[in-house]
Design a protein around this ligand. Structure first.
Ligand code: G3P
Length: 217
């Protein structure tokens, strides 16, 4: 499963990229606001920190203006992936851009039928929001299961990019279901490495090793 970082914080991306676990980055207007940076400048910097897709989101609501914004964003770098909302105009834009060979990530997906429409529009990625689903008393992982089943039934190429991830169990369940990508805030990625028994085991080994009085090399 590919791991994307869900942030526009370039220091965090650079630090996590050094672990070799970063296969791409997702941003959105809220994350750009949080970074306090200019969208063109920060997206360009992010595109230099990973070879993988970097999702940059249009903010227009009509197809024509979305196409104009996409034209500006995709000129930033070859690994820019245009993010569009799951609306009729968003899917029109998705179909037009993927028809021209541009990567498109369809975002704000909350139903399997929406994901089916995005696949029919040729989306490169679909972003179902599991955390926001859970926030509203719905089961986000059931949504991923349904999308996986439907996409496999019809052999759609669209990759399932699980978004709005809040904790490592979302990642575990996404992997069990066979999602293609999980995009996570930096803190969630770091938590994936952690296990109390790993720490305890290291502590025990180091204590026993110290008792030997030996050194390696
Ligand atoms: O990429 C979408 C993601 O940033 C939304 O996450 O935690 O605001 O639901 P959240």
């Amino acid at each position: 499963m590919k791991f994307f970082v869900d942030t526009a914080d370039t220091a965090e991306i650079a630090d996590l990229a050094a672990t070799g676990m970063v296969d791409g980055v997702t941003t959105n207007p809220s994350l750009i606001k949080k970074s306090g940076r200019d969208i063109m400048e920060v997206t360009k910097e992010i595109c230099g920190l990973t070879e993988g897709p970097v999702s940059a989101e249009v903010v227009a609501l009509d197809h024509e203006t979305m196409m104009k914004e996409a034209e500006v964003l995709r000129k930033i770098a070859d690994n820019v992936c245009i993010k569009v909302p799951l609306t009729i105009d968003g899917l029109k834009t998705c179909k037009a851009l993927t028809g021209e060979g541009t990567m498109v990530n369809v975002t704000l997906c909350f139903s399997a039928n929406q994901a089916l429409l995005a696949a029919k529009a040729g989306a490169s990625f679909i972003s179902p929001f599991v955390g926001r689903h859970d926030d509203n008393g719905l089961d986000g992982m059931t949504l991923i299961e349904d999308i996986r089943l439907i996409y496999d039934n019809y052999a759609f190429d669209t990759e399932i990019l699980v978004a709005s991830i809040r904790h490592p169990i979302h990642v575990l369940e996404s992997a069990r279901i066979g999602a293609d990508v999980a995009t996570m805030p930096p803190a969630v990625i770091r938590n994936l490495f952690k296990h109390v028994l790993t720490d305890k085991g290291i502590e025990g080994f180091l204590k026993d090793w110290a008792d030997t009085g030996q050194n390696i090399g």
